[in-house]
Design a protein. Sequence first.
Length: 342
Amino acid sequence: MSYKANTKRYQELIYRRCGNSGLLLPPITLGLWHNFGGKKSMSKEAKKMLFRAFDRGITHFDLANNYGPPAGSAEENFGKIMNSDFKKYRDEMIISSKAGYHMWDGPYGEWGSKKYLTASLNQSLKRMKLEYVDIFYSHRFDPLTPLEETADALVQAVRSGKALYIGISSYSSKQTIKMNKLLKQKGVSCLIHQPSYSMINRWVEKDLLSTLKKLQIGCIAFSPLAQGMLSGKYIKSIPKISRISDNSSLDKKMITKSYLIKIKQLTKIAKKRNQSLPQMALSWVLRHKNMTSALIGARTVKQLDECLDSQKNLNFSSEELKAIDKYAKEEKINIWAKSSKD
Ligand SMILES: NC(=O)c1ccc[n+]([C@@H]2O[C@H](COP(=O)([O-])OP(=O)(O)OC[C@H]3O[C@@H](n4cnc5c(N)ncnc54)[C@H](OP(=O)(O)O)[C@@H]3O)[C@@H](O)[C@H]2O)c1
């Protein structure tokens, strides 16, 4: 039987305006970096997560050329669902893709050249069986390609109708200002910035958030749960089913003494708010007025539901924020820091 969306799906979430654009995004976006790949198809649980997300008002799905494994398979698997169950809902969805990290061999398979970005977007559209993506991102800043060229490729993506909006990811405040200016000169707006941001990775607070506010660019924070570290799962040991055990983007070296102290204290504060730590972590990221969306990942429908329930308590008292600030301090977990250094 084919999927039929919940008729009450738009009654739960409060959508947020992305910068000064016409686009509203859900406060929680689902990303397909982990758990949606696979050579033949995505897992049954992954498919259930997509349907559950849409049923609870998540209209925005975030992908990239290299999501899998293997690279490309998340887009391909998502494309199969797009072409079947989700087909009739295409106009209710915002689908993002990106290019910047290594995707294929040779000098044109990564970074920010026009050649790479254009070829990659064409490949992504084919894999997802889409005519256009809603948002196309430069996935990381390329220090060796002139920014003008990357901007030109992004503008061409819009002019050719293959992308509706443009985004950048993990760019520093300085490079964001430059890119925004270049795009403006060509008559296209930078819709959104996608940086990493969480209670234990706060680099955006230095100057990026205020820059985005000033430029009226939206912001979608990725890894707001610090890849699952902002939960109690690593307190006692490393669970067999977890991102660290998958031996992928999280390293058990990141489970330090100082990290564990923070997690235990933050969990206590969350409990007083009647929230779990993941829920408080999401509400906390969304406390900024100009934070458009928190971009989560999930392994199960249960995790996804728990994350969405964060929306029941979005308010913080100044005492709560003070108490959180005592423990919401930097851990060395920002594996994307290099891109935003320039
Ligand atoms: N632009 C970029 O460079 C970039 C980089 C990274 C990510 N992203 C985007 O951001 C999305 C999210 O990244 P992320 O997956 O790192 O985000 P995240 O939300 O910080 O971490 C997701 C992980 O947290 C755990 N989790 C989720 N809900 C939980 C809950 N309720 N209780 C306990 N644990 C929970 C799960 O880990 P377990 O698997 O251990 O259960 C899940 O896989 C990606 O899919 C991608 O779209 C973009």
